[in-house]
Design a protein around this ligand. Structure first.
Ligand SMILES: NC(=O)c1ccc[n+]([C@@H]2O[C@H](COP(=O)([O-])OP(=O)(O)OC[C@H]3O[C@@H](n4cnc5c(N)ncnc54)[C@H](OP(=O)(O)O)[C@@H]3O)[C@@H](O)[C@H]2O)c1
Length: 209
């Protein structure tokens, strides 16, 4: 399989790129500054991609892929163009290329505005609005096998390899566990056309699906 990772130079993206290549996939790793993609190897191809590009331009870099991950984000600096419309355009380009697997990294309760006043989320409303529109666009428009992963707060703690999914409360997730979860759900039909919420827990990642 050829897999495109949008946001491959980020904290999640770098780890995800490395795991996918370790799992034997050919990874096309995209970011504006691909020199910041630390993962390397013969299965990893670094690609320049700016989410300000139009759908046709994004479609050109996705041509020939079997699956697409979107793990990019602007850290609040460019919410409309990157987190919201960037995700929508990648979804549109994925679908236009006939790619039937799309995995979107979102954020806990992004599709549940009634939860946005919970501790830790109250200062992130603009971010949650951007993610809300990206997530709901995917749910309403992507015709085949999307999965939206909504983790709680990301931390740089060592991964535990254990998570809880479909959570109803907040929490934390080591970035390693989020990257491993994203890689694991690639070929899991039980995650197709679903939102999966998560934080750290007691279930080994593979067993969670
Ligand atoms: N922080 C949290 O607690 C938390 C919790 C839940 C979910 N999340 C989600 O997880 C995502 C990933 O987190 P992270 O820590 O890995 O993020 P990060 O380290 O900031 O990485 C963001 C990635 O997005 C890319 N990017 C930004 N703007 C872009 C643009 N215009 N065009 C193309 N690529 C662009 C960056 O690469 P370039 O700058 O080189 O383009 C980088 O690869 C976040 O964006 C957020 O949506 C975060």
């Amino acid at each position: 399989m050829k897999i495109f990772v949008v946001g491959a130079s980020g904290r999640v993206g770098n780890l995800l790129t490395a795991i996918l290549a370790e799992n034997g996939y050919e990874v096309y790793a995209g970011a504006r500054r691909p020199e910041n993609i630390s993962a390397s190897g013969e299965l990893i191809h670094k690609v320049t991609l700016d989410l300000h590009a139009n759908v046709a331009e994004i479609g050109q870099v996705l041509n020939g892929m079997d699956a697409v991950y979107f793990v990019a984000g602007s850290r609040g600096h460019d919410l409309l163009q990157t987190d919201a419309f960037g995700a929508v355009k990648v979804t549109q380009a994925t679908q236009a290329n006939g790619i039937d697997r799309f995995i979107l990294l979102s954020s806990l309760f992004a599709t549940e505005p009634s939860h946005w006043d919970l501790p830790g989320l109250a200062d992130l409303t603009d971010y949650n609005i951007a993610k809300y529109f990206a997530d709901t666009w995917v749910i309403d428009n992507f015709k085949t096998n999307y999965t939206i992963l909504q983790p709680a707060t990301l931390t740089e703690d060592a991964g535990t390899g254990k998570i809880t999914i479909n959570v109803t409360d907040g929490g934390k997730n080591p970035i390693e566990d989020v990257a491993e979860t994203l890689a694991t759900m690639l070929n899991k039909p039980v995650t197709y056309r679903k939102i999966v919420t998560m934080h750290s827990g007691n279930t080994p990642i593979a067993a969670a699906f």
